[in-house]
Design a protein around this ligand. Sequence first.
Ligand code: AMP
Length: 249
Amino acid sequence: MRVLVPVKRVVDYNVKIRVKNDGSGVELANVKMAMNPFDEIAVEEAVRLKEAAGATEVIAVSCGVVECLDTLRTAMAMGADRGILVETATGLEPLAVAKLLKALADKEQPQLIILGKQAIDDDSNQTGQMLAALLGWPQATFASKIVLEGSKVVVIREVDGGLETLSLTLPAVITTDLRLNAPRYVTLPNIMKAKKKPLDVTKPEDLGVDVTPRLKTLKVVEPAKRSSGIKVPDVATLVAKLRNEAKVI
Ligand code: AMP
């Protein structure tokens, strides 16, 4: 069983995001980039499925600039067997990514596609859902447990106030939640080994997909600055301040 894992290159989650002076987006120059954390969880899960002999091949896919090759190498150092870069300098929207992934799924014929539930840069939470719709495959989003059962996959998902268990017929699309697993660290020997793994580069045109943006970003602004807090000497002062200054009681 072949598993496809889309991995996005995003600003590292430890970096404090700065908005560009002209408000057109966030600063990416000289900023540390990394694999989207939910996609690390997706790679880890696919590799565990392979280690448990449920999957036979794990293919990592990234769509974007040539530097996404680093993200693919990380995925391969974690255990993915090969990588595919869909190279484009055009900023990609979730629908464009979903169309590219659909074209690759048609070509590679995976039985399972595991994506992150959302990319931490655009917070869209759309690509997996759109991909499932384009493919006409069943989907389970926000997975916290995945179990292969023959031609089916059982997924437990976290919903408000509890857990939901779904059984999907393969092929299927799954998106990962934070508690699915704890991704392994990439070791130096595995980074070296990953260098020998196959890595293909293709372009949206080769896949027959038009990735022209359909949305226009009007403005990006920093969140409002929070004023600093004060210490109050006693409860009476706190209540007085809440009543007379904050006017919340
Ligand atoms: P989003 O819908 O943008 O929040 O992204 C959800 C998931 O789709 C991510 O966690 C990735 O698994 C996948 N994805 C989104 N954009 C890309 C991309 N440019 N390349 C590869 N995978 C992507």
